[in-house]
Design a binder for this molecule. Structure first.
Ligand code: SF4
Length: 350
């Protein structure tokens, strides 16, 4: 198997230079089975700061500002804001997931936990029974911790927290409980991108992999197609810059499995609704040209999208091809391999 320059550098960084200077460095990198990896939260616990972060996070439930909607409701008293969640955790499912990006999936899958409810409530939501209707099961933080450990036992490569924003305090608490029982997998924070930067700062030293969507570049589009999230572009940009500051570009081990860093998802929408051209230019300029970006082609008309003519159809081959061409022209060099394969297939079809 050939190894690219980027993969070589990533492996080198992870091996602490041992590849170039065998015998001169003790290897602080990642062994073939990933044993040497230490998730960020272990270091935070050693510094005695993890418990305090959980306390800080839990305090927000009383006057909820866990996302930019800033509802100010007291969720400990059962009040509900835009996301319709109280301070109880609702989980829809958990399993090894093989449909995520390849660096998350590896051989054994991404340990995915789907949380119910969502603060964005997009009209085209592809998970609307879970995100909008809140279908799922009430569980305790302790049970969530056990789920994390079960996924680790199954051999999953990470704990992939889907739509975590409104339950972030529970996640932190559960992670610490699981950590004390032996959790050592990296946390992957799989968010819709509608985040307050101050809350992302609370995750510094806890989350190893950030996986935000970056949905819209235009405030009018965001306002039209979500529940009152017209500030989405501005909030997402700030939050993603902070995620990148904390974890940097994606780092994988010698098997190609993600250990740390930022992975951005962008769903191409019909009629340039998502602002792909501006978005890739922004990412190249404000993150890094090596940022891992998955430009996705799978938009489909779901939930209430059929009520909005501009998004009431799938994207065309041409719309996806131009999206990838814009990303390449912007200098982005770490595009998801499967999206590039899709691009090649579409090019052959037109
Ligand atoms: S997490 Fe929910 S209740 Fe809290 S601010 Fe966001 S939408 Fe409102």
């Amino acid at each position: 198997m050939t190894i690219t320059r980027r993969q070589f550098i990533q492996t080198l960084l992870l091996s602490g230079g041992a590849l170039l200077f065998p015998g001169q460095f003790s290897c602080r990198g990642i062994s073939a089975n990933g044993d040497a990896f230490r998730p960020a939260y272990l270091a935070l616990e050693e510094k005695g700061q993890f418990a305090q972060r959980i306390e800080q996070a839990y305090a927000t439930f009383e006057n909820c500002t866990l996302c930019p909607q800033r509802c100010g409701v007291n969720r400990t008293q059962g009040e509900k804001g835009v996301c319709r969640a109280t301070d109880r955790l609702v989980v829809y499912s958990r399993q090894p997931h093989f449909g995520e990006e390849l660096p998350l999936v590896g051989q054994k899958g991404s340990g995915t936990i789907f949380f119910s409810n969502c603060s964005l409530r997009c009209v085209f939501c592809q998970n609307w029974p879970i995100a909008h209707e809140g279908r799922g099961w009430d569980i305790s933080d302790e049970r969530l911790a056990d789920m994390m450990l079960e996924l680790q036992k199954m051999g999953c490569h990470n704990i992939n927290l889907v739509t975590p924003t409104h339950v972030m305090p529970n996640i932190l608490n559960a992670t610490r409980i699981a950590m004390k029982k032996g959790l050592t997998l990296p946390l992957c924070y799989n968010t819709g991108g509608y985040e307050l930067t101050e809350n992302i700062r609370l995750l510094d030293g806890i989350v190893d992999i950030y996986l935000p969507d970056f949905k819209f570049m235009d405030a009018d589009m965001a306002l039209r197609y979500t529940r009152s999230a017209g500030d989405y572009p501005e909030q997402a940009k700030r939050a993603i810059v902070e995620m990148h500051r904390q974890t940097g570009d994606l780092v994988v081990d010698e098997r190609g499995i993600a250990k740390r860093g930022l992975m951005v998802r962008h769903l191409v929408m019909p009629n340039h609704v998502a602002g792909t051209r501006e978005l890739v230019a922004w990412a190249a300029e404000n993150l890094s040209k090596d940022t891992y970006i998955n430009i996705m082609s799978q938009y489909r008309v779901e939930h209430r999208a059929f009520e909005y003519p501009a998004i009431a159809r799938a994207i065309s081959y041409e719309e996806f091809i131009e999206a990838i061409d814009w990303a390449k022209a912007a200098g982005l060099s770490n595009l998801d391999r499967r999206s590039i394969a899709q691009y090649e297939v579409f090019k052959r079809r037109i």
